[in-house]
Write a protein that binds this ligand. Sequence first.
Ligand code: PNS
Length: 164
Amino acid sequence: MNRAVYPGSFDPITNGHIDVIERVAGMVEHVTVAILINAKKQGLFSLEERKELILDAVKHLDNVEVVCFSGLLADYCRDNHIDVIVRGLRAVSDYEYEIQMAQMNRKLYPKAETIFLMTNPIYAYLSSSLVKEVAGFSGCVSDLIPELAYKKLIEKLHDERDDF
Ligand code: PNS
C-alpha cells in the first residue's frame, strides 16, 4: 500500500478529517487529499479556499499533498495510479452512503480498493455541515476545526451577513 487518496468535500476541513489524514499518513508512503465536488452539497468555500485551509492544517506531514479535482474520483485514481481510497466511518448512519460510493467506484475502476477507518470516537458526531450550521447561529466551534479554518469560516459568515 504505497499511495492512497483521501477524498472528500472538506467544506471546511475538520479535526476529524485531520485525525484520519494523520493516521493514513502513518500507514502509507504518500497520501493525496483530494477535494472533490459532492453534487448533493452546496459549497460555502471555493475548492481553492478549501485547499488553502487543508494545506495549512497538514503542513506538519511531509508525505501529504492536497489537490482539487472536478471530475470522478475513479478517474482521478486511474489517471494517477492510486489503488487505495480511504474514507472515515463515524457511525452506522454513514454506512449505506459509503457502501454505495465504494461499490460504484469499484465498478468504475475495479483496481481501486476502498478502505474505511473508524473515526476517533471524540469526533464521531463531527461534520463540516454541522460546524457550518452551528457557527451560522454563533455557536462555538473553535475547538472542532483548525485555527485558520475557524478564522476563515467566521470571516465568510460575516461577509454573507453583510451581503444579505
Ligand atoms: O466529504 P463528502 O462530501 O462525503 O465526500 C463525497 C465525495 C466528494 C468523495 C464524493 O461526492 C465524490 O467522490 N465526488 C466526486 C465525483 C464522483 O466521483 N462521484 C461518484 C461517487 S461514487
